[in-house]
Design a protein around this ligand. Sequence first.
Ligand SMILES: [Mg+2]
Length: 260
Amino acid sequence: MDKASWPGATARGKREREMGLENGGGNRGDRDRGDAALEAVGVWVFDLDNTLYPASCDLFSLIERRMGAFIAERFGLSPEEARRRQKRFFREHGTTLRGLMVEHAVEPDEFLAYVHAIDLAALAPDPALGRALAALPGRKLVFTNASRDHAERVMARLGVAGQFEAIHDIADAGYRPKPDPATYAGFLARHGVDPARACMLDDMACNLVPAARLGMTTAWIRGDSAWGRPTADHLPHIHHVIDDLPGWLAKRAAPEGGEE
Ligand SMILES: [Mg+2]
């Protein structure tokens, strides 16, 4: 994966410039959350999909296709009807899975196994990310709305599986996806994380809001998707903006271990 393929390496939208996210270093929320806050971070909390790898890999379209197929099969719908149903679940419940569980009592593990049965060929090993994580001081955790199996497959494929202390997946979250605030409280308690010393990284700006409210430092993995980008309400909760994750992490490497 070359750096040019990371989201945000491309031209940025007018709306984003207007929002003050144009300099790549942060926004108004950075006033109190500069590098000093990052230096105090002892726990790094990473989202998985479109965070540890760039959205340009487009794994989500493969997962989305499987979601559509699951819904079409389950309810006897055409692909178009299934897609509309899926979009509605996502809109009204935060995730397709949540909609299926709440409205149709679908068994979550069956759905998760089905939708994550995708080919990871589009995902290339990322040795730069592996080096940056190895040199990053502090604990490293994965906090994902996906399943543990999917997270383990993705991390193995990227070559970073050994870099993380734990995975907190959607089952650990009681199938209540981020940004449900209760899920963050459960995450912090289970892993003994002090939010004041933690930094959360996610490509979905909305997922950073509860983290910031709990006192965590936040970093948005910039992307072009309409659902991932911050609204004006999210902006005060985004402290840093990342275009190149391995490069950004490498700047936080321990001084004695930072040489290439
Ligand atoms: Mg994500």
